[in-house]
Unconditional design. Structure first.
Length: 122
């Protein structure tokens, strides 16, 4: 099973946990499609707080992807458009079965010494 750790801002992590955000947007797709995403909440939390299964990986133009994902994007269109400004391709990991860990974990427990800039395989 392929797993990646994604660095995600705490505001977005909260929305993933609540179910408001069911898609995690990226500019680059992992070469080996992950079956599970380990959620690293960036500063000020700076810990691994949970995980989610990947239901699907959607890749399309930013305009078309927004039409497919906007309802459960957890972000507004202005933020989305700025993120994908001048990009021809957009990637969205569709998340399901989000699990919050009872106790947050440190990256070192996964053999990772620093927060990934984009993602890291584990």
């Amino acid at each position: 099973m392929s797993k990646i750790i994604l660095s995600i801002h705490p505001h977005h992590v909260e929305k993933i946990i609540s179910g408001e955000k069911r898609f995690e947007f990226r500019k680059v797709k992992a070469k080996i499609p992950p079956e599970k995403i380990i959620i690293y909440s960036t500063s000020p939390v700076s810990q691994v707080v949970g995980e989610a299964e990947v239901e699907d990986i959607l890749i399309d133009t930013p305009e078309k992807l927004w039409k497919l994902t906007s309802i459960y994007s957890g972000i507004d269109k202005k933020f989305y458009e700025k993120y994908y400004q001048d990009k021809q391709k957009a990637v969205a990991y569709q998340l399901k079965n989000v699990t919050v860990y009872p106790e947050p974990k440190n990256l070192m427990e996964y053999g990772v010494s620093a927060a990934p800039q984009s993602f890291v395989y584990i």
